[in-house]
Design a protein around this ligand. Structure first.
Ligand code: PHE
Length: 341
């Protein structure tokens, strides 16, 4: 038995395991449940009683030796292993990841807010699910009045407690008028909803920024000058505006505003359909009924309001021909709007 142990010891010291697989084979052979160490302990049973102690010690020593060897090789392999076992080179540089870009609607929204904040407008927000009062009645839409059909509405709840997805952010301005005293100078950016067929020029969800200015002696000239300032800041200093009479229940008089085409500089091209102008927003002097409904004295105060679609401004600014692109989130489209902020 002594010789047997000696020869195993020699085998142990000659052993070279240079891969994890070879090491595992070694472990099974020497230390496994049917391995050499187990076998030696089994042999011990047939050894004469007076020799048991001596052989027992020899086997213990051998087992320790085998375990030491195993741990030593394992240690060495794991510290030099650079992943070659799994076929990976861990010294390669990592894969760089691409930074995302701001959505063009967010960029334009931010720019509009900045332009108006420079002349003292604050930002106000309100709920997307609105009651009839704030979306319609307080804005001088009488019940059953056909003007309500100008903005096809998604109703959430019909009947007495009628609730709907807001069709414009004018609803937010009603809330501001109800909750604060003039002078009021605020813009309300936000998502709005209309039951419209989706096309290159319309969507059932889009974004607006509406503005409201109420004080003593606010005139139509103030409105015009404010919008001219906005158009020049947004589309460039050479931009001109044009006002066309229009109708909104909550403003009187009302107008639609065009800016000179920034592609052909007003000369006429296919984007402006050879008119030299592009429509960007609706506006007007706040109807006295609207002021009174919100508890503001219409004899003392007057004001103007305006509202624009952010998608529309973004289409003109970036010359995007199809509004649906803003909602598809195709990374190849969005990537083109990288910006510093
Ligand atoms: N609320 C109108 C719309 O959504 C826009 C508008 C706002 C027009 C304020 C005039 C004054 O179409």
């Amino acid at each position: 038995m002594k010789e047997k142990i000696e020869s195993y010891k020699k085998e142990l010291s000659d052993l070279k395991a240079d891969t994890l697989d070879a090491l595992e084979t070694f472990r099974i052979k020497f230390l496994g449940s049917k391995g050499i160490v187990k076998e030696l302990y089994a042999d011990l049973k047939s050894v004469a009683n007076e020799e048991k102690r001596e052989f027992g010690q020899l086997i213990n020593e051998f087992r320790n030796l085998a375990e030491e060897k195993y741990n030593e090789v394992k240690e060495a392999l794991s510290s030099t292993d650079s992943g070659s076992e799994s076929g990976e080179d861990l010294t390669r540089p990592g894969t760089p990841f691409e930074l995302g870009a701001r959505h063009p609607i967010s960029l334009v929204r931010k720019e509009i807010i900045e332009i108006f904040s420079r002349i003292g407008f604050t930002v106000s927000e309100g709920p997307e699910v609105e009651d009839d009062w704030h979306n319609f009645s307080a804005l001088n839409f009488p019940p059953e009045h056909p003007a309500r059909d100008m903005q096809d509405t998604f109703f959430v709840e019909k009947g007495e407690n009628e609730m709907a997805l807001r069709t414009h952010t004018s609803s937010v301005q009603v809330r501001v008028m109800e909750n604060s005293k003039p002078p009021i100078r605020t813009i309300s950016p936000g998502r709005v909803f209309r039951n419209e067929a989706i096309s290159a020029r319309a969507h059932c969800i889009f974004h607006q920024v509406e503005g409201l200015y109420i004080d003593e002696n606010v005139s139509f000239a103030d409105l015009k000058q404010t919008l001219l300032y906005f158009a020049k800041e947004m589309f460039g200093d050479q931009t001109e505006i044009r006002l066309r009479p229009s109708y909104f229940p909550f403003t009187e008089p009302s107008a639609e505003v065009d800016v000179s085409c920034n592609i052909c500089a007003g000369k006429g091209c296919n984007v402006c359909k050879y008119t030299g102008f592009l429509e960007i927003l609706g506006c007007g002097m706040v109807d006295p009924n609207v002021l009174e409904a919100a508890g503001i004295d219409s004899k003392k105060y007057s004001g103007f309001a305006f509202g624009m679609g952010i998608e529309r401004i973004a289409m003109l600014k970036y010359q995007v021909k199809d509004l649906r692109l803003f909602f598809e989130n195709d990374a190849r489209f969005l990537k083109q709007f990288k910006s510093a902020y």
